[in-house]
Design a protein around this ligand. Structure first.
Ligand code: SF4
Length: 503
């Protein structure tokens, strides 16, 4: 029998011979050779992974505090293919899209811009949110390192802040990231303003009279806000000037359009590109109005989880007759301050630009809605929020269709969408709910399932609008329609007709 040169024959304890490869070792995520990295002031930080607008605003917000950040382009199908080529098998597709996107960007620097792989490794760092899972999220950083090593960029640095620790990060002198309150305040401001602009875009675009006018106005607003960040001008004033620009976009809101709540796994529901087959834009093209999930919802969930952990810790201390830890009181106070700051900034910015009818999610209400279906202690993915959003959507008639988007193989979201939501939809039979997977491929199947669910949603939007606006409906019929609890209007056009005081 021939034996490869790097293998030797050895005997096991029974004396049997087996093949043993001496060169195989466990994976180590440290570079094979020591690397002399560029000093901090010459280092370029790469970020990405939120919406297109937010990534760009984060870039300028962090520039404004002296940090050298560059936003990556939006991940596309090529990113996904690179992620699959260089990543491990069996990952969820946000991993493939985001890891592949970084590989694609760096390969482009090397091949198109002529920067050597050695220089890229020394000068660039990717910054991401980290965490311990409990799903694959906990393995993202290792995945990045593995893929980059296999792509010829061994030793490329990935650094992270804990996504659930907010301003309470551990940072030291040596740390590449200056995780100061200033850093987080700039970051959160950019995220909140990005959320507000995105929410306005989704409310306006379906009703615009001139195609593309909303996006054009939003881009002007982005430039104004970026300029305000860079020049350290008043952001509220900048948003006030955006308000005038948005007000010039001509809209016809008297079009009965199906309202579709898009939720699900954080990245899959939020991304705006091939990562979810451009779901939001597809829905708009099919005549729907989307209700997206702002990043702020995830922020509020993290704050709520942190508060809950502290409460449980204190309760345990009381039960076991241990002294209540007074340092936790300080943390609790800081969390409350952080929560108040997020809410206040969001409200001020939203009012300044003219986003009036948006309610910051009430985390206690959402927890109460979902508690009997899904444990509040499970923190993977969106935790109990998916269940809560569906129930809230039915009870408060927020949408005509709720879509839960989840990446193929997503552990937390599959358990919720395929398992728990079947009980919810049984108990709330009027729910028009579609749980759908994204795999990076198979767009035709995805679109046709969305179209089928959307058909019913469009009918519902039309019916509620006609009940209010058609002259042949007698006042009695309209009254009966309106005041049955399940018949309150979800659609923008119907709400508008009702608010005009016709009924
Ligand atoms: S929530 Fe799902 S898709 Fe997101 S990282 Fe975890 S396993 Fe992957």
């Amino acid at each position: 029998m021939s034996v490869a040169c790097n293998t030797v024959k050895m005997a096991d304890k029974n004396g049997d011979l087996s093949f043993f490869n001496q060169e195989s070792t466990q994976w180590r995520d440290i570079p094979k050779e020591p690397i002399a990295y560029a000093p901090k002031k010459e280092t370029i930080m790469l970020v990405g992974g939120l919406t297109i607008l937010q990534d760009k605003l984060i870039e300028t917000a962090l520039h404004s505090i002296g940090e050298n950040f560059v936003a990556l382009p939006n991940p596309d199908f090529e990113s996904f293919q690179k992620g699959k080529a260089f990543g491990n098998r069996g990952q969820c597709n946000p991993t493939y899209f985001t890891v592949g996107n970084l590989v694609k960007y760096l390969q482009n620097l090397r091949d198109e811009k002529g920067i050597s792989a050695e220089e890229i490794v020394k000068k660039y760092v990717f910054v991401t949110a980290g965490g311990c899972g409990p799903c694959r999220f906990g393995m993202y950083i290792t995945e990045y390192k593995k893929a980059l090593r296999d792509a010829g960029l061994d030793g490329f640095r990935i650094t992270s802040f804990e996504h659930d620790k907010g301003i309470f990060q551990e940072s030291d002198e040596e740390s590449l990231l200056n995780l100061s309150p200033t850093f987080f305040i700039a970051l959160v401001k950019a995220i909140l303003i990005g959320d507000i602009l995105n929410l306005l875009g989704y409310k306006m675009r379906p009703y615009e009279i001139e195609t593309g006018s909303t996006d054009k106005a939003l881009e002007t607003c982005r430039v104004i806000v970026s300029d305000a960040f860079e020049q350290k001008k008043n952001l509220t004033k900048a948003l006030w000037s955006c308000r005038k620009i948005l007000a010039e976009v001509k809209l016809n809101r008297l079009q009965p359009k199906a309202k579709v709540l898009v939720m699900g796994e954080f990245w899959a529901a939020m991304t705006e590109g091939d990562g979810n087959y451009n779901l939001h834009r597809f829905l708009e093209a099919e005549g729907a109005e989307c209700i997206p999930q702002p990043v702020m919802n995830r922020l509020m969930l993290s704050i709520w989880e942190a508060e809950r952990k502290l409460t449980k810790k204190d309760e345990l201390a009381v039960e076991t007759d241990k002294k209540v830890d007074f340092s936790s009181m300080k943390t609790r106070l800081l969390i409350k301050l952080a929560k108040a700051a997020v809410k206040t900034h969001f409200t001020i910015y939203a009012k300044a630009i003219g986003l009036h009818d948006y309610e910051i999610p009430n985390m206690e209400k959402l927890a109460a809605l979902s508690e009997q279906y899904y444990t509040l202690d499970c923190e993977g993915g969106e935790g109990h929020l998916e269940v809560a959003h569906l129930i809230e959507s039915v009870k408060d008639n927020l949408s005509h269709l709720t879509i839960s988007v989840k990446p193929f193989g997503c552990m937390p979201s599959s358990a919720v969408s395929d398992g728990v939501q079947s009980l919810v939809t049984n108990r709330f039979p009027s729910a028009n709910f579609l749980a759908i997977e994204t795999s990076g491929e198979g767009a035709a199947n995805f679109y046709s399932r969305v179209q089928m669910a959307l058909f019913k949603a469009k009918q519902l939007a039309k019916e509620e609008f006609e009940a209010l606006s058609l002259p042949e409906h007698t006042p009695e019929k309209v009254h009966n329609y309106l005041y049955q609890p399940h018949n309150a209007q979800a659609g923008t056009a119907a709400k508008l007709v009702k608010s005009l005081g016709n009924f």
